[in-house]
Design a binder for this molecule. Sequence first.
Ligand SMILES: *[C@@H]1O[C@H](CO)[C@@H](O)[C@H](O)[C@H]1NC(C)=O
Ligand SMILES: *[C@@H]1O[C@H](CO)[C@@H](O)[C@H](O)[C@H]1NC(C)=O
Ligand SMILES: *[C@@H]1O[C@H](CO)[C@@H](O)[C@H](O)[C@H]1NC(C)=O
Ligand SMILES: *[C@@H]1O[C@H](CO)[C@@H](O)[C@H](O)[C@H]1NC(C)=O
Ligand SMILES: *[C@@H]1O[C@H](CO)[C@@H](O)[C@H](O)[C@H]1NC(C)=O
Length: 451
Amino acid sequence: MLLRIWHILYTFIVVVQAIDYDVDDPDSIKAACHSIARQMLTHYTGNQPGDNPGNLPDPYYWWEAGAMFTALVEYWYLTSDDTWNNITTQGITWQAGPSGSFMPANQTRTEGNDDQSFWAFAAMSAAERNFPDPPPSSGSPGWLAMAQAVFNTQAARWDTSTCNGGLRWQIFTFNNGWTYKNTISNGCFFNLAARLAKYTGNSTYADWADTVWDWTGEVGFMTDTYRFWDGADVSSGCEDWNYIEWTYNTGVYLLGAAVMYNLTESPVWKARTEGILNASFVFFQDDVMYERACEPVNTCQVDQRSFKGYLARWMAATTQMAPFTYDLVMPKLRASAKAAAETCTGGELQATCGLKWTDRKWDGMDDVGIQMAALEVMQSTLISRVDPPVTQDTGGTSKGNPAGGEPGPAPAPVPEGLRLEITKADRAGAGMMTVMLSMIVIGSTGWMVYE
Ligand SMILES: *[C@@H]1O[C@H](CO)[C@@H](O)[C@H](O)[C@H]1NC(C)=O
Ligand SMILES: *[C@@H]1O[C@H](CO)[C@@H](O)[C@H](O)[C@H]1NC(C)=O
Ligand SMILES: *[C@@H]1O[C@H](CO)[C@@H](O)[C@H](O)[C@H]1NC(C)=O
Ligand SMILES: *[C@@H]1O[C@H](CO)[C@@H](O)[C@H](O)[C@H]1NC(C)=O
Ligand SMILES: *[C@@H]1O[C@H](CO)[C@@H](O)[C@H](O)[C@H]1NC(C)=O
C-alpha cells in the first residue's frame, strides 16, 4: 500500500533523479551498475545465517538465483569490482554440490534441464572469465568441472524415444512438463556444448552442438528465418508448436552459433549467427529492447521479467566471439542500456529499475529479474573494454573433469541421421502464417503471439 502511494506521489514529481549513466564514460557505467547490483542483492538472503547459500526467497525460483550469480560473475569481469565475489563463489559451489552437477535434492520437485543450465552458465562464465577458483578448503569441483558435469548429465538425457531427439523440459517423470520439449532447455544445452568445445577443444562437445542445432531446426522450434517458438508437447510428436517467442531463446542460440563460428570459422556458422542476429531485431523498438510477448499486454510473469537481461548478456558475448557483429549489436545495446538506466529512479538508492525500458520510467516495482536485466544491459556496454573469454590454451586455469556428473548412464552416442518427417508443405504453411502477421492475444491474461 505504501509502495502504491509512493508510486502515485512519485508520478507527480516532475524532477526525477535518474541514476547517472553515461554510456561513453566507463566510470559512470561502473558506478551505476554497482548501485543496481546492490539494490538487486537487497533481495538475497542466502548469505544470512540459517539460510541456504544460493537461494532467493519466494517468489523467485531456484534457477533465477543461478542467473543472478552469472550476472555477478560477468559484473566482476566487466567492472573489476569484487564486492560480491565471495557470496557468488559460496552460492555457486553450494548449489553445485560435491558432484558439481547442480542437482541438489531440495530442488528435485521442480528442477528442469533449463534450470540446471542456468546454474551451469554461472560456472561456465566463471571458467571463461578466470573468476577466482573455489577455495581448496571447500572441496568443490572447479568451474569447468561443473559445466562438464551438467553437460554429461544432460547428454545422457537426450531422448530419441519421442520427436526423434531433444531434451525434455523436466528431468523427472513425476513433474509437470515432463511431456514438453522446450526450446530453452535445448538451446541451453547447445550453448553450453559450444562453449565447452571452444574452451577445451574437445570435439565431442562440438558434435553435440551440431546435433542439437540440427534437431532444433528439424523439429520446427527454429524456423528457416531464425525465429524460435517456445516448444511443443511430445504427444503431438512436437508438431503442435507453442508459438510464443522469448528474447532468451534467440539469445541462447545466438551466442552458441557465434561460438561455433569462432571455433570452426565456417561460413555456415557465420550465416547462422548473422541470421539469428537479424531476426533478433524484432525485440527492439527504436533500438530499445522489449519483451514483446508480454510487455505490451502487461502479463510478464516473475521469470519472464528477467529474460531481456540474457539476450543483452549473450549479444555482448557474441561481439567477442564474432567481431563482425559488433557494429550491428552495439547501437542496440547502448540505446537499450540508456533507456534501462532511465527507469532506475526508484527506492532509497534511487537505483530500483522498471520493467519496460521503452517507457523510460520506473513502474513502482522492485523485482530481482527486472533489476538483473537492467544490470546486464547496463554493464554489457563495457564489453569492448575487456578481453575475450579464455580457453584452456589461452590462460584458462579452471580445473575440469570430462567424466564428471551424477553417476548414471554414460553420455549417449551422438545420434546420426535422425530426420524428422517435417514436409516442405508444413514449412510453407508456417511461412504463410508469418506473412499474415496475425497478432493473437491468447486469453485476456495470456501472451502476445506474432504468427
Ligand atoms: C536443502 O535443505 C536443507 C534443509 O533446509 C538444508 O540443510 C540444505 O543445506 C539444503 N541444500 C541446499 C543445496 O541448499
Ligand atoms: C572474501 O573471502 C576471503 C577468504 O575467506 C576473505 O579473506 C575476504 O576478506 C573476503 N572478502 C570480502 C569482500 O568479504
Ligand atoms: C541480415 O541483414 C542484412 C541487412 O538487412 C542483410 O544484408 C543480410 O543478408 C542478412 N543476413 C542474413 C543471414 O539473413
Ligand atoms: C574469435 O574470437 C577471437 C577473440 O575475440 C577473435 O579475435 C577472433 O577474430 C574470432 N574469430 C573469428 C573468426 O571471428
Ligand atoms: C571429451 O568429452 C567427452 C564427453 O564428455 C569425454 O567422454 C571425453 O573423455 C573427452 N575427451 C578428452 C580427451 O578429454
